[in-house]
Design a protein around this ligand. Structure first.
Ligand SMILES: *Cc1c(COP(=O)(O)O)cnc(C)c1O
Ligand code: SF4
Length: 346
């Protein structure tokens, strides 16, 4: 199937004129630009929350302070296309294409560089690696966007993984329900049904991304028995307010998507203009917890540089002195709680 795609040479034909062409060309030479027709149509005005996520910005080129791969994913890759950081789970980079190239992407170094999906030999090596590591129970397909592969290629990868007995669950990380919802077809969902337990984590960052189309895409996936989670990146000027996050997280529950992670922006080169302070993130979590359904509150995580892993952080709402806890409620009230432990019976 052919989808409408805009790149740097034809976005101007579509009424997007609020960025200087020379600047856009300069940015896209280093960090490719790509938009789906669907996602481009969500832009209501220049510089709105959708625009900021997908349109090139010269500040991407000005940020040379950080490293392109701060999480050391290259260093944690024993075979090409596989990242093995935690003992029991691995990430496979099965595609380096996406429907939209998000300007804040943590894999900015790879995205859109060439069009090669994971080749047959590479897939074989990756499957062999997993097969000889029985500690691996959870395989996460990522990229790029795995759902940019055609059904046949996806099926090959999923079947290869399912043939390995110790792979208990398969996860797919995809932004396609948000950026190219028409890719979620009944055929694709029928294919997915053969590979359960299969989980999908999608990536909504703003309430304006919750549309009739994205709702329908998520409904098809949920109806195929796939639990849906969501990872949001905390982005300055896009979603760094309590009101926006409340609308996003409760809106996701209403389309059967369970918020999973809120990511502190990684220290990736070219993304500094999106980064908020961690304090902002903690204030947002404080504005969610207790105020909206607990189901709608994601874990706020920092993925530590050097590949040390994700750490979930919480606002400082507890102080322990002896057996007395000094707690802060969601309304801000200070309450003490006695941690009474009954002595075990002899
Ligand atoms: C995030 C991540 C995972 C998965 O972590 P969960 O907390 O289980 O979702 C696995 N491997 C790598 C390299 C990751 O970055
Ligand atoms: S869809 Fe995901 S992998 Fe692709 S550019 Fe956006 S954030 Fe990066």
């Amino acid at each position: 199937m052919q989808y409408i795609t805009y790149n740097i040479s034809n976005i101007y034909k579509n009424g997007i004129t609020a960025i200087k062409k020379e600047s856009a060309n300069l940015v896209s030479a280093r960090y490719p630009v790509r938009l789906s027709g669907y996602y481009a149509a969500l832009i209501k005005r220049p510089d709105d929350a959708i625009w900021k996520q997908c349109m090139p910005d010269t500040r991407e080129l000005e940020d040379d302070s950080q490293c392109p791969d701060p999480l050391d994913e290259n260093g944690l890759s024993p075979v090409p296309g596989l990242i093995h950081r935690y003992p029991d789970r691995v990430v496979l980079l099965v595609s380096n294409r996406c429907a939209v190239y998000c300007r804040f992407c943590m894999r900015k170094r790879l995205i859109g560089s060439g069009d090669a999906p994971m080749g047959e030999d590479e897939l074989r090596n990756v499957l062999d690696y997993i097969a000889v590591h029985p500690s691996i129970h959870d395989v996460i397909l990522s990229g790029g966007d795995p759902l940019m592969l055609d059904d046949e290629s996806l099926s090959k990868i999923l079947a290869g993984l399912r043939a390995i007995p110790h792979v208990a669950i398969i996860r797919i990380g995809t932004r396609v329900p948000v950026t190219l919802p028409e890719r979620i077809t009944p055929d694709l969902c029928r294919l997915f049904r053969n590979f359960h337990p299969l989980y999908i984590n999608t990536h909504f960052n703003h309430p304006n991304e919750i549309t009739e189309e994205s709702r329908a895409a998520c409904a098809l996936l949920a109806d195929a028995g796939i639990p849906l989670g969501n990872q949001t990146v905390l982005l300055k000027g896009v979603n760094d307010s309590v009101d926006t996050m409340r609308a996003l997280m409760t809106g996701l529950l209403a389309i059967r998507v369970r918020p999973y992670y809120l990511h502190q922006m990684d220290l990736v080169q070219g993304t500094a203009h999106f980064r908020t302070s961690v304090r902002t993130g903690l204030e947002i979590i404080r504005g969610l917890r207790g105020h909206i359904s607990g189901l709608a509150v994601p874990h706020y995580v920092i993925d530590l540089p050097g590949g040390k892993g994700k750490v979930a952080i919480l606002p400082d709402d507890v102080e322990i002195r002896g057996n007395t806890l000094h707690l802060r409620t969601y309304t801000g009230e200070r309450v003490t709680y006695e941690d009474i432990i009954t002595a075990p019976q002899e």
